[in-house]
Design a protein around this ligand. Structure first.
Ligand code: ROI
Length: 161
């Protein structure tokens, strides 16, 4: 089994309900085990500001699926929830990103793991810290150390899952 962390985000069509639906779908999937989910946060958009606030959370799970098989599964869930993907860094109904896949370093056209921007983003590191503050990242530093260096003043818990 590999331990995986998934970043979840939405800012369209009932963002909290979008995340809850995705959590339900993934929880019911036979290949995904021991799922834990952080609180759902509201966050200010990173990138273009003329879009709604986001709902963000992080999910931890164990799986024997390959990283690419997991990516296919996550993209099928995004499609089921009719993800619209018009504008680069624009609003989206559902974003499911593989943040960490065990300790693996993956750099292919379809998939970069660890997620290249995760360390800069309070909306990722805060919920990751809620699940696994002591987790050691590829750079030899713990999640809690990264969190202490980020501005998380825009984050508000909107739902405990
Ligand atoms: N901003 C926030 N706050 N949350 C996100 O999930 C998010 N996702 C994105 C961009 C557009 C970078 N901004 C975001 O893809």
């Amino acid at each position: 089994m590999i331990s995986v962390y998934i970043g979840m985000g939405s800012n369209l069509d009932g963002p909290v309900a979008q995340l809850e639906q995705a959590i339900l779908t993934l929880t019911n999937h036979t290949e995904l085990h021991n799922i834990a989910v952080s609180p759902i946060y509201s966050s200010k958009p990173v990138g273009p500001q003329d879009q709604p606030d986001y709902a963000n959370a992080v999910m931890r799970l164990d799986t024997k699926l390959s990283a690419i098989a997991l990516l296919d599964l996550l993209q099928s869930v995004e499609q089921e929830q009719r993800r619209v993907r018009d504008r680069h860094w624009g609003p989206r109904t559902l974003d499911l990103d593989i943040l960490l896949y065990g300790d693996e370093l993956i750099d292919t056209p379809r998939l970069s793991v660890p997620h290249p921007y995760m360390l800069e983003r309070g909306f990722v590191i805060q919920p990751l810290n809620d699940l696994s503050p002591e987790l050691m990242l590829a750079n030899g530093r713990r999640v809690q150390e990264h969190l202490s260096q980020l501005d998380t003043s825009d984050l508000v818990i909107i739902k405990e899952v």
